[in-house]
Structure formats: C-alpha cells, structure tokens
Design a protein around this ligand. Sequence first.
Ligand code: R5P
Length: 290
Amino acid sequence: MSVVTVIGGKASEDLAKRLARKLRAKFVSSELRVFPDGESKVTISAKPKGKIIVVNSTYPPVDTNLMQTLSLISKARQFSNQVICAIPYMGYARQDREFLLGEIVTLSVIAKLLSAAGASKVIVVDMHSILGLKHFTIPIRNVSAVPELANYLKKIKLKNPLVVSPDLGGKERAKEFARLYGTDYIALQKQRDRKTGKVQIMTGNLDGVKGRDLVLVDDMISTGGSIVKATQFLKKQKCGRIYVVCTHALLIDNAEKKIKKSGVSAIISANTIPGNTSIVDVSGVIAKAI
Ligand code: R5P
C-alpha cells in the first residue's frame, strides 16, 4: 500500500484525525499563531511522506481559514507532487455566478488560488451548486453527506415523515434524502432579495403536511433565515414536529437559538463544520473518495 499523510488544518483537526485513522495514514497536525494584525502563521508538526491530504474547511473566519488552507497546501507541495486538498465546507461556494451586474464570481478566484498553491485535486462535501464545480481546472470531487444524514435520522422515531426542501434549488437533494430515508418529499418556493438577503416563502397553502412530522433538508444553514421562514410557514399548515437536517451548519450569531425558538425540535448536521449540532461524521465519505 502506498504511503499517505493527512495534514490537519486547525479548522478541521478532529475530522482530519478521523480521516487519517480510516486511511491508516500518518497524521501531521498543524500549529497556529495569529499575529495581532490578523496574519496567520501556520507550522506543520512533522515531515509528511508519500501522497498528502490536507484537510481544512473554510468556514468563518472564511478568509483566515482559506489563507491557512493555502499555506498548508503550499507547504505540502514541497514534500509531494500529489497534494489532495479536502475542503469539507467550501466557503464562497454560494458566489458561483454573477447574480447582479458587476459582481465578482469569487469562487472562481478560490479555484485559481487552490491550484496556484499546489493542490493537484480537491475534495468537497455537498458543494452548494454543480455550477460551482465548473470553476475548477484541477480535478474536483464533490461527495455527499446525504446518505449518512439519512441513516442517522432513521434512529429517530417520526410520525408519517415527509421530507421538505426549503427552496426549489434543493429539490434534488430532498428527493435523494427521501429515497434513502424511504418516504416522499416536497420543495417549497423561496425568494431571496439579492440586495438585502431577506427571504420569503412564496408557496401557497399546502395539503398533505397536516399532522405529519417533517424533515427540512438543506445543504447549509447560515443565518437560519431560510429555515425560520420555512418553519413558520409549515407550522401554519399544522404540521407535526420539524427536524432540520443539513450538511454544513454555520449557525451565524444566534441562528441556533432563532431556529429552535421558531419551533424546530432538533438540528442535525455533519462535522464539515464543528459545532453543537455536528453529529454526523463524513470522514468515511471523504476516505472513499481518496
Ligand atoms: C441557499 O440556496 C442555501 O441552500 C441555503 O438555504 C441558504 O444559504 C441558507 O442561508 P440562511 O441560513 O442565511 O438563510
């Protein structure tokens, strides 16, 4: 078997250790010092050998974590020309197109930076859109946490469950989740004001949710605005309990509190972003892609 080293960035240390165990790879940790002006000084703790996998998510502080990821890739490249970069949560993935005239498609800048730093391949988990993958000129593999999330949810007893996507963009994800979970699904129609970021649910009254426990499935929760609006709407339709399942729980500011207050029973997310709700491990899914 070829020699593999996993380098764990500070943003994904636990996930990187789990991945190293799954791959029976050497684990190299990184030390981090942040200078008073905000600059990051990253140091790796040992010499990596063989094929190298750098693991680091780019959740907030996004730019800082991105810079640390680029630094680790660049260092890894000194030891190997096979540097796989696993970015379980890819920040900037929502900036995949020019929504308003003059906007910069920042994801395409990230793609250039990752290859310039020395990555030979990128692995991401549930990238926000397929379009986003097209900005990369080096191979990129998008793996999904949906099967693991669906398996986890099977442990919770729900009454006549229905899977709901809070927007039409997430319809395929909800469909796949429902197939694996073994139930039906619907997708709401959500509208977001591109200037203010405010969301509204445009769907009219729904038959068929009354009394049913719902599983709201999304790729990510940021401010929680989408989930709160969807929950308020679904509660008006007299549904049963609502469980929220997502891959990436950013839960900015008091999003978790806001979501629970709106009537959600529990939030279940993957460990692409560490936190209170990050119950589902994706190291196995990433290992399979390597
Ligand atoms: C949007 O298309 C995404 O799939 C999420 O629904 C959205 O990014 C969540 O953001 P927030 O929690 O701020 O509403």
